[in-house]
Design a protein around this ligand. Structure first.
Ligand code: NAD
Length: 439
């Protein structure tokens, strides 16, 4: 047994988690809670200071969890990469976005690895968790590590283990979600499994890092394609005057062969709109064109235009034009009950409406003001309106973009004459004639 495995099993192993974001922070807290000395490494000094005060900057990660491991002495946040020297395992959870040409942007991963390598030494484990194309661990991490004279599989251990977190989902935590893991060699895999078994109920070992990288992409492509399909079905159903939500509910009663997916105003979040294109890019190296991914992307990206068209039709029924009207978007976060606005379709709705002369405001109980974003800088700093009757009832149309549980639906129905709902939040609720349009 290697000494790192001894240290892991005795609880003496030290772990550095790089990237204190939505993925890295909860993982680091789990390692610390399991009794392992844990460093939370990030280049953002503001986050590091917040964590060391025992406070949180992510709504669904309770500050008490951070305060508990700070008080227990097991967790320290830092911007100093020299903590890698004191660590037995280094887990990388940094962003993997797309460039403006829709190609993988591995700059965060590469820069992290280049900052880590000078501190690496024999006996350590490196795990990449950032979502990426098959081959990244072999082609980008392994050569940089071995250039230092450390042989992977003998001196150091290298694995890829994708994160499957579903923020805001109360049914699963990153402890109960099975953890897929692939190693560069069988020994790498064995060491990697030993580490993750400390904090995960079940690990799922695979034969290679490529298989683990591909597994994560298959999961997200499966979602993107099925959401694209159901978004297309929504448009067909609407043209036929059929309620797609009723149809999905009925189809989901089939006990086999059907998994329900739900339509919406367009894809959002850091994963589903982005990750599939990592495979598209890599597949080109093999002369393969990923048509399903492209088609789903096309349909999903066209959804905000479809929704704005429905808003325009609804206003038209009341002899109102888009230009000069006032629309309230309910929900800026990309999904229910979280404060994450990355890639949110709400921004696209706001852009499209504002470009046509609409005065746009938003209400989101989870997002009090628009944080800086690269693509939607025009909205930075805009504040959520206060939820009060005079204000809410003053809009020509209320557009439901995200289904937060915190909405007061009774007041929404009582206060708003015209509602366009992309999430079916009202279900079969009794409404005034013509008050509601599903889109
Ligand atoms: N958010 C999710 O729900 C989710 C789910 C599964 C997988 N993922 C994947 O996990 C990865 C991380 O996503 P996230 O949502 O946690 O991102 P995030 O933006 O919330 O956090 C990333 C953190 O990394 C830090 N960082 C950036 N470059 C760094 C560097 N060189 N050194 C140290 N720290 C650095 C940033 O300051 C930030 O705090 C991505 O590949 C993403 O696709 C995310």
């Amino acid at each position: 047994m290697s000494s790192i495995q001894d240290k892991i099993s005795s609880g003496e192993a030290v772990v550095t988690v790089v990237g204190m974001g939505y993925v890295g922070l909860p993982l680091a807290l789990n390692f610390a809670k399991a009794g392992l000395q844990t460093f939370g490494l990030d280049i953002d000094p503001g986050k590091v200071e917040t964590l060391n005060r025992g406070e949180s900057y992510i709504e669904h990660i309770d500050a008490t969890r951070i305060a508990a491991v700070r008080e227990g002495g097991n967790f320290e946040a830092t911007t100093d990469f020299s903590c890698v020297e004191k660590s037995d395992a280094i887990v990388i959870c940094v962003p993997t976005p797309l460039t403006k040409h829709h190609e993988p942007d591995l700059s965060y991963v590469v820069s992290t690895v280049e900052s880590i390598v000078p501190h690496l030494k024999a006996g350590q484990l490196v795990s990449l968790e950032s979502t990426t194309y098959p081959g990244t661990t072999d082609e980008e991490l392994l050569p940089r590590i071995e250039a230092k004279g450390l042989k992977v599989g003998e001196d150091v251990y290298l694995v890829f283990s994708p994160e499957r977190e579903d923020p805001g989902n109360p049914d699963f935590t990153n402890t109960t979600i099975p953890k897929v893991i692939g190693g560069t060699t069988p020994t790498c895999l064995e060491v990697g499994c030993a580490l993750y078994e400390k904090v995960c109920d079940q690990v799922v070992p695979l034969s290679s890092t490529r298989a683990a990288e591909f597994t994560k992409l298959l999961e997200n492509i499966y979602r993107s394609v099925n959401i694209g399909l159901v978004n297309e079905m929504k448009i067909v159903a609407e043209a036929m005057n059929v309620d797609i939500w009723e149809v999905i509910r009925a189809a989901a009663t089939k006990p086999f062969g059907f998994t329900p997916f739900y339509p919406g105003p367009g894809l959002g979040g850091h994963c589903i709109p982005i990750d599939p294109f990592y495979l598209t890019w890599k597949a080109k190296e093999y002369n393969i064109h990923t048509r399903f991914i492209e088609l789903a992307g096309e349909i999903n990206e066209s959804m905000p235009q479809y929704v704005v068209h429905r808003v325009s039709e609804k206003l038209n029924e009341q002899s109102k034009a888009l230009r000069g009207s006032r629309v309230l978007i309910m929900g800026l976060a990309y999904k229910s009950n979280v404060d994450d606005v990355r890639e949110s379709a709400s921004f696209k709705l706001m852009d499209l409406l504002a470009d046509q002369g609409v005065e746009v405001d938003y209400f989101d109980p989870h997002v009090s003001a628009v944080p800086p974003t690269r693509e939607h800088a025009r909205w930075t700093g805009q504040k959520s309106i206060e939820w009060e009757q005079d204000r809410v009832s003053s809009y020509d149309c209320v557009l439901i973009a995200t289904a937060h549980d915190k909405y007061n639906l009774d007041e929404t129905v009582a206060w708003c004459e015209t509602i366009v709902d992309t999430r079916n939040v009202f279900g079969d609720r009794e409404m005034k004639p013509g008050q509601l349009t599903k889109a």
